[in-house]
Design a protein around this ligand. Structure first.
Ligand SMILES: [Ca+2]
Ligand SMILES: [Ca+2]
Length: 525
């Protein structure tokens, strides 16, 4: 057997990983005096900044009780990158570290060089921001000091917190952010391609040394609903669909992400559907439903068992669930007009397609919204509630198991019909317009998203469709092996082909990739 000469990494048998994402800790001292200024912030976000210190303190206690080996924090550690917020968080992380628990962080889009304020009644005063150099310095004990190597283009690093497990911690925000621009004025933005070369090289090196490789980054790398890459561009790694396939090819099959504040696990396959990559997106600790994850990794880092929990009660809040539910619902309604505007151009296209028909029916199209703002307002009036309800279902995860999911699709359609009738001021004409124009607008735009969300299914209706439980899921990954060819002792000449991680493949059906054949690496292009 080809693998007979291979030694598995000397790894401990069970590794417990705790994941807490987007805790957005706000140092209590930033709220100097409660008033208009801070309340304005609160009405514009679902994030419970006011409780963030308390929530993290509670999760710290949970971590100390559960005693994981490793805590992963995929970014947005602080409210807005205030130096003092990082300091407050680190003092709590110190308590965790003192108990022998390792913590790894990476920056998100709210951790460096952005607007930071003190809130004093109806005024704000600038607070000190955190620079990338300060960040690296402050988090020496939480990743950077453990780094085996760092990427020169960002705050990404690779480390081995547990023997046998390489973590590639990717600063996915850094590549989009001018804050890391070199002094010579050279363009630094959108240099992910350069970083990708580094990431893949680190993955190859780790695997050649017989290590398992997981990654962590702020942005989602797989779509958590169909259309996310298009409709939530800022939350999705640019070119993520392609990059995830390259990750997979280089043996990165498990990625921990945050940023979107949703609790979702998604899986995608390679073109041949013979291999898959998993994106475990963990919701924000200070947004509904205030979740965390506990991941147990066994059998040489090949068996992954994900469990999820929610913060229920803290020192300052008896009912975290109700508090976070109410805030997210209100906030989604508030943001609805802006979201709806994204659909303005497709609404116009849909309408234009039926213009001759609508004119023939003597429908006054000037009763339809004429600007994106008008459209946003109108959509919110009729559809704000069902959309907000759908959002709550989506945030909590496992939408396919939620008894409320089934009614949402009909509710959205009914609201659109009502919108159509009221827009035209006539029941019959309104229904006609709905049948001719609005239905196709719904089918083209909302149906794919709604189908994907309510079924918790990505690539809905295709061969690559995936339904993965968002709360509790198990995965089997290929075991890490020493794939450096010099380490393999061969006894008999073999005609077999193996993947890099030691799985035998059918020689007649080799897809693109790297294989081991007769003790040599073979690249199939
Ligand atoms: Ca989901
Ligand atoms: Ca899922």
């Amino acid at each position: 057997m080809l693998m007979s000469g291979i030694i598995y990494a000397n790894a401990q048998s069970t590794t417990k990983i705790f994941v807490v994402s987007d805790p957005h800790v706000m140092a209590p001292e930033l709220l100097v005096e409660d008033g208009m200024a801070f309340q304005k912030v609160e009405t514009s976000t679902e994030k419970l900044f006011r409780y963030s210190y308390d929530f993290f303190s509670a999760i710290k206690d949970t971590i100390l009780q559960r005693k994981p080996d490793l805590v992963l924090m995929p970014g947005d550690l602080t409210k807005s990158g205030e130096l003092v917020s990082h300091q407050v968080l680190i003092s709590m992380l110190d308590e965790i570290r003192e108990q022998g628990i390792k913590v790894l962080v990476i920056p998100g889009n709210h951790d460096l060089n952005i607007i930071s304020d003190y809130y004093i009644g109806d005024m704000t005063m600038p607070a000190e921001k955190t620079t990338p150099a300060q960040f690296v310095d402050m988090y020496q004990n939480y990743g950077y000091g453990m780094a085996i190597d760092r990427d020169s283009a960002s705050l990404s690093y690779v480390c081995e917190p547990i023997e046998g497990l390489r973590m590639i911690c990717i600063d996915s925000e850094g590549y989009y952010d001018p804050r890391l621009a070199p002094d010579n004025g050279e363009e630094q933005i959108h240099s992910f391609e350069k970083a990708l070369t580094w990431i893949l090289k680190k993955a190859d090196e780790a695997r050649e040394e017989g290590k398992q490789v997981f990654a962590m980054m702020h942005h989602n790398i797989l779509e958590h609903f169909d259309g996310q890459a298009e409709y939530m561009k800022n939350y999705f790694l640019e070119n993520g669909k392609n990059i995830s396939q390259q990750f997979l090819l280089h043996g990165i099959r498990l990625v921990f992400t945050g940023h979107t504040h949703i609790q979702d696990i998604a899986k995608n396959y390679n073109a041949e559907r013979t291999d898959s990559i998993i994106d475990i997106a963990t919701g924000s600790l200070i947004s509904y439903p205030c979740p965390f994850r506990e991941v147990t990794v066994t059998d040489n880092f090949s068996q992954i068992d994900v469990k999820s929990g929610k913060l229920t009660k803290t020192k300052t809040s008896d009912d975290v669930y109700a508090l976070s539910y109410e805030r997210l619902y209100k906030n989604t309604l508030n943001r609805c007009p802006l979201y709806a505007q994204k659909f303005w151009s497709s609404f116009r296209r849909s309408l234009n397609q039926f213009l001759p028909l609508l004119q023939a029916l003597e429908i006054d199209i000037f009763k339809f919204p004429q600007t994106s703002a008008e459209f946003g307002e109108l959509t919110t009036r009729y559809m704000g509630e069902p959309i907000s309800k759908a959002c709550m279902i989506w945030y909590s995860g496992n939408e396919n198991k939620n008894p409320l999911s089934a009614a949402i699709e009909q509710e959205v359609k009914d609201s659109m019909l009502r919108m159509s009738i009221d827009m035209l001021g006539d029941e019959t004409v309104g229904r006609m317009a709905y049948d001719y124009a609005m239905q196709s607008y719904y089918t083209d735009n909302f149906e794919p998203i709604i189908n994907s969300v309510i079924n918790d299914c990505t690539n809905y209706g295709t061969d690559y469709a995936d339904v993965t439980d968002d709360e509790n899921a198990t995965f089997t990954l290929p075991k890490p092996t020493l794939s450096g060819i010099r380490n393999i002792t061969r006894t008999t000449k073999s005609n077999d082909y193996y993947t890099i991680d030691g799985r035998k493949v059918d020689v007649n059906h080799l897809s693109k990739g790297i294989y081991i054949h007769d003790g040599k690496k073979i690249v199939i292009r």
